[in-house]
Design a protein around this ligand. Structure first.
Ligand SMILES: [Cu+2]
Length: 144
């Protein structure tokens, strides 16, 4: 009997997630739950900024937590300059193009050369392992 309950519970979980998936794919009907992931509070996509500018980061569907332990539903921001998102479970590199906010920071100031750049936010777990494309956001900016 217990086994049956487990199977039914499992089946209904699949069923519910399928409905959620279908709702998300329904054009124009994208609710809050569809736009999960990190987002730029500033700058905004298409903005022109001065060479020294503030970056403010937000996250939907997860909570910011400092790096260290892996805690389900939490992670920290990474800012990738002129690079792509990090595939799921891969560790985010640490260099001048990949900035970690392992203390749980949600804003910073960066300096970029004049011209067009991309900024990518990548949310990753306490061990800096990427949550993948769905937990990333890329914008295009111009530095004057
Ligand atoms: Cu990290």
């Amino acid at each position: 009997m217990k086994q049956w309950l487990a199977i039914i519970a499992l089946a209904s979980t699949f069923f519910i997630s399928n409905i959620a998936q279908a709702a998300c794919e329904h054009e124009g009907a994208c609710s809050q739950s569809c736009s999960l992931g990190p987002y730029f509070i500033s700058p905004k996509d298409g903005d022109t900024v001065s060479s020294n500018f503030a970056v403010k980061m937000g996250i939907k569907g997860m909570k910011v937590h400092q790096a260290g332990d892996i805690i389900e539903g939490t992670g920290h921001h990474h800012l990738i300059i002129d690079g792509a998102y990090i595939p799921e479970n891969k560790v985010v590199p640490s260099d001048e193009k990949h900035i970690h906010f392992g203390k749980g920071q949600t804003e910073t100031t960066i300096q970029l050369k004049p011209g067009k750049h991309t900024l990518t936010l990548q949310f990753a777990d306490g061990h800096h392992q990427s949550y993948g494309k769905v937990m990333s956001k890329t914008i295009h900016i111009t530095v004057k």
